[in-house]
Design a protein around this ligand. Structure first.
Ligand code: T46
Length: 374
């Protein structure tokens, strides 16, 4: 199973069997309803060759058109499209035989057309349920299950660090993959789609990133995490002080210029920028944590202390120069204290503003952090 997930393209005989059962079942259901409504004359012998044909076409479509490729990895939208493709091709082949020749009784044409509509919903539901069953059998879901995102050179070190902190790494996604199949016994996702599928089927509850100072979480992965409410975390720290590039002019009258470049300096996509101004000294703000929002805080003017609490220990980081940035991952309780009036706090955030994404109650924060570690 693990290999099948890793290699993706394998077709599972169980899914083929399920598809065949579905096509026969669709026929039985539709025939039953059709006969009840129309009271038409029906002969099983007359219709049986059509059912054999449908089963044969189903097998041909699966084999030639690869409609079961990556069946375990596809997410819902992809599954709908692939099931639709499977049913549509099968129907077209059958229609060519039944509607352009004299083979098949009149009622067979009606039954076949309706059976494919029924088949679409049946295979969609059955594939979905069967995937859930397979996942239950082969994978133990737990809150520590993780997708590790890193680079080739950091992979082993990251894996070690994550395992040490209790992470159960289901798959590794390398930004600079050289086609490795596995690292330390953990399968490597072949591409971004595979990495997302590891999240999509609840194989991993968290995404951990490691050693990506100058690489960016791909937009598709960040979007999938947002959509599935999967938290992105750093393996070895919850926050990090980073240097903001600053250009100082030889002539001090010109001041200095600092800049942060999206996709180069911070690992997350920037969705929002906000700043806090016109402040008094000894102002205290914050008292909340974020569930998903990753941030970069900096203070271009003045001095602000950021007290960070991960539920176990507290740290204070002083932002008092434009060239200093504080990268914050979700799951950190923070309090900001203004040391000087007029100090400005600027924030680059990975998420749009969403009040539900905040945890504003400390006990709730402890419970949330505990829950995501258990
Ligand atoms: C954070 C620290 C560093 C909006 O309507 N849109 C926004 O994008 C934001 C950030 C806030 N608001 C509203 C929500 C509140 O009614 O502005 C008001 C003040 O927000 P809050 O009490 O959350 O402010 P702080 O200083 O406690 O926290 C802010 C950010 O909210 C937070 O994400 O990390 O700065």
């Amino acid at each position: 199973m693990k290999n099948e997930i890793r290699h993706g393209g394998l077709k599972f005989i169980s899914f083929v069997i399920i598809d065949l059962i579905c096509i026969v079942l669709s026929n039985v259901i539709v025939t039953h309803i059709y006969l009840n409504i129309s009271h038409a004359k029906y002969s099983l012998e007359g219709h049986l060759p059509v059912i054999y044909l449908m089963v044969a076409v189903d097998l041909i479509v699966t084999g030639f058109f690869n409609t079961l490729a990556r069946v375990l990895r596809r997410r819902k939208r992809k599954e709908i499209l692939q099931s639709l493709k499977h049913v549509a091709i099968s129907f077209v082949i059958l229609a060519m035989v039944l509607f352009t020749t004299k083979s098949g009784a009149e009622y067979s044409r009606v039954i076949v057309s309706l059976a494919y509509v029924c088949d679409f919903f049946l295979i969609l539901g059955c594939r979905y349920l069967w995937k859930k069953v397979l996942m239950k059998i082969y994978w133990t879901k737990n809150n520590n299950s993780a997708l590790l995102m890193t680079t080739d050179s950091f992979a082993e070190e990251a894996l070690e660090a994550l395992k040490k902190s209790g992470g159960d790494v289901k798959s590794i996604f390398l930004l600079d993959s050289k086609g490795q199949k596995a690292i330390g016994g953990v399968p490597v996702a072949e591409n971004i789609e595979d990495a997302i599928a590891v999240l999509g089927w609840d194989l991993a509850k968290n995404v951990y990133i490691y050693g990506l100072d100058h690489q960016m979480i791909p937009d598709a992965l960040a979007d999938a995490c947002r959509e599935m409410k999967v938290r992105i975390d750093l393996v070895d720290f919850k926050y990090k002080i980073i240097d903001v590039k600053t250009v100082k002019n030889d002539d001090s009258r010109y001041g200095s210029l600092s800049f942060i470049e999206g996709k180069r300096d911070i690992p997350f996509p920037i969705r929002r920028v906000y700043w806090i101004t016109e402040t008094e000294a000894d102002l205290h703000r914050g008292f909340h944590a974020h569930k998903l929002n990753c941030q970069l805080l900096f203070c271009p003017h003045g001095s602000i202390d950021i007290i960070l609490d991960d539920g176990e220990k507290k740290d204070t980081v002083r932002l008092d120069e434009p060239g200093k940035g504080l990268l914050l991952m979700p799951g950190l309780w923070r309090e900001m204290i203004w040391n000087e009036s007029g100090s400005v706090l600027c924030v680059l955030a990975s998420e749009y503003y969403d009040p539900d994404e905040y945890i504003r109650n400390y006990d709730g924060f402890i419970a949330y952090n505990k829950g995501s570690k258990e």
